[in-house]
Design a protein around this ligand. Structure first.
Ligand SMILES: NC(=O)c1ccc[n+]([C@@H]2O[C@H](COP(=O)([O-])OP(=O)(O)OC[C@H]3O[C@@H](n4cnc5c(N)ncnc54)[C@H](OP(=O)(O)O)[C@@H]3O)[C@@H](O)[C@H]2O)c1
Length: 372
C-alpha cells in the first residue's frame, strides 16, 4: 500500500470532507486528521466509495509540536481549520518544522498579508510552497484574470466574484473575522485601503437583476497581482447572490465599526465569534449544481486593449475541495512553479487548474471577449 503523504487537517468539516472525496477520486492516499477522531470517522463513513480509498484517521491536538509530529510523516498539508487568522498560525509553524508544503482555503486578505510577511521567506528558504487560498474564492477568479492577461497590453483588473448558497460554520466565522480587518485594493502597484462601509450595485453578466456586493475583505487578488509586472491596478467586488444576506453583512459591518472596533482588541474576537455563531450554527446541505452557482467575471483593460472573461460555475465548496486535492496531487509528483508564498495559479498554472475544474463538471468553458 502506498504511503499517505497528504494530511487533510479539519477533515470532519464541510470542505475537509470534500477534499478527501476528491483525493479519493484522484487516487491519492491521505491522512484525515482533526481534533476528534470519532467525528472524522463518522464523516468519512458517509463518503460514497470511501472503502476504496487508502486513508487513515488521526486525532491530533491543535498545537505546533503535536501537529509537526503528525506532519513529519507527510509532504503536503491541506489545512481546513479556519478562520485562519485565528487558528492558522500553529499549522503553518508545524509545516515549517516538519518540512511540508502548506495549503489552505483562505479568502481572508489579512491572513494572506500576515502569512506573506511572517513565513514567505522561510518557506522559500526551505524550498516549500506556502499557498493560502486555494479555493473557489479566489482561485476561479484568478484563473479568469490570467486568461485575460494572456492578451498582452492589459494592466487593470476589475474583478467580480459571486456564489449562491449558505456559508458553513467556519465560513460564517470567517466572514465576521474579516469585517474587523482593513481591506486593500491595488492602485499603481500600491495597496490602498478601501473606505469602510462601501457597497455597490453591479450588473452581473448573464442576468438582468442587479446584485449588491462589497469589497468583501479586499480579497486575495490585489496581493497575488501586486508584484506581477503586467498588472498595475486590481479592484475586486464580491459576495453571495442573496441581497438579504448582503444587506445583513452591510448592517453587521456598520455595527462592528460603531460598537466592536471600539472594544479592546482581545474582546473584539470573542464578540465577533458570538455574533457569527448566532447567524450560522449548523452544517448547510450538500451542494446542488442547480442551486449553488458561481460567477467569476473579470474586465481587464489597458490603454488600447479590453478583455472580458466570465467563468460560470457551480458548487463553490466542491470547486474548493477539488482544487485542494489537485494541488496536493501535483505537489507529490512535481515541484511547484514557485516556492515561498504563491497563489494556486502561480504554483500550478491557470490552464491546468481550469482543466481539472472543467473535467469534473464544475465550471463552463470561459466566455472570453477581446477588443484591441
Ligand atoms: N475561500 C473559499 O472559497 C472557501 C471555500 C470553502 C471553505 N473556506 C474556508 O475553509 C475553512 C473551513 O471551512 P468548512 O466549510 O470546512 O467549515 P466547517 O464545516 O465549519 O469545518 C471546520 C473544521 O475545522 C475544525 N475546527 C474548528 N475549530 C477548531 C479548533 N479550534 N481546533 C481544531 N479544529 C477545529 C472542525 O472540527 P470539528 O468537526 O471537530 O468541529 C472542522 O473539521 C473556513 O475558514 C472557510 O472560510 C473557504
Amino acid at each position: 500500500m502506498s504511503k499517505q503523504k497528504v494530511v487533510v487537517y479539519g477533515a470532519s468539516g464541510y470542505t475537509g470532507r470534500l477534499v478527501c472525496e476528491y483525493l479519493r477520486e484522484l487516487n491519492i492516499p491521505f491522512i484525515a486528521a482533526g481534533r476528534n477522531a470519532k467525528r472524522i470517522q463518522e464523516v468519512m463513513n458517509c463518503i460514497p466509495g470511501i472503502e476504496t480509498a487508502n486513508y487513515r484517521v488521526v486525532e491530533v491536538k491543535h498545537e505546533v509540536d503535536a501537529l509537526a509530529k503528525l506532519f513529519d510523516q507527510a509532504e503536503v498539508v491541506c489545512n481546513m481549520v479556519g478562520p485562519f487568522i485565528k487558528l492558522g498560525q500553529q499549522v503553518v509553524e508545524a509545516c515549517l518544522k516538519a518540512n511540508c508544503h502548506y495549503l489552505d482555503t483562505t479568502g481572508e486578505q489579512d491572513w494572506l498579508l500576515y502569512a506573506q510577511s511572517e513565513w514567505g521567506d522561510k518557506f522559500a528558504k526551505q524550498k516549500l510552497l506556502l499557498s493560502p487560498g486555494i479555493a473557489h474564492m479566489y482561485t476561479t477568479g484568478e484563473i479568469a484574470a490570467n486568461i485575460c492577461l494572456e492578451t498582452p497590453g492589459v494592466d487593470t483588473l476589475d474583478i467580480l466574484t459571486l456564489w449562491k448558497g449558505l456559508p458553513t460554520i467556519s465560513s460564517t466565522q470567517t466572514i465576521f473575522t474579516i469585517l474587523k480587518a482593513n481591506w486593500y485594493y491595488l492602485e499603481e502597484n500600491k495597496l490602498v485601503e478601501w473606505k469602510p462601509g462601501q457597497s455597490y450595485e453591479v450588473n452581473v453578466p448573464g442576468q438582468h437583476e442587479q446584485t449588491l456586493v462589497l469589497p468583501w475583505g479586499g480579497t486575495s487578488h490585489p496581493v497575488w497581482f501586486e508584484k506581477d509586472p503586467r498588472v498595475a491596478t486590481c479592484k475586486v467586488l464580491g459576495g453571495v447572490f442573496s441581497r438579504e444576506v448582503m444587506q445583513g453583512v452591510i448592517e453587521a459591518q456598520k455595527m462592528i465599526e460603531d460598537k466592536i472596533k471600539t472594544l479592546p482588541l482581545s474582546e473584539q474576537e470573542n464578540a465577533l465569534s458570538a455574533i457569527a455563531s448566532s447567524v450560522q450554527g449548523s452544517m448547510p446541505p450538500r451542494e446542488n449544481p442547480r442551486i449553488n452557482k458561481s460567477v467569476d467575471s473579470v474586465y481587464a483593460s489597458g490603454p488600447l486593449t479590453r478583455v472580458h472573461c466570465v467563468i460560470y460555475g457551480n458548487c463553490n465548496y466542491k470547486q474548493t475541495g477539488l482544487l485542494q486535492a489537485y494541488a496536493a496531487r501535483s505537489l507529490l509528483m512535481e515541484k511547484p512553479k514557485r516556492i515561498g508564498l504563491a497563489s494556486a495559479c502561480q504554483a500550478f498554472g491557470h490552464r491546468n487548474l481550469l482543466g481539472i475544474l472543467r473535467n469534473f463538471g464544475l465550471v463552463m468553458n470561459p466566455v472570453v471577449t477581446i477588443q484591441n
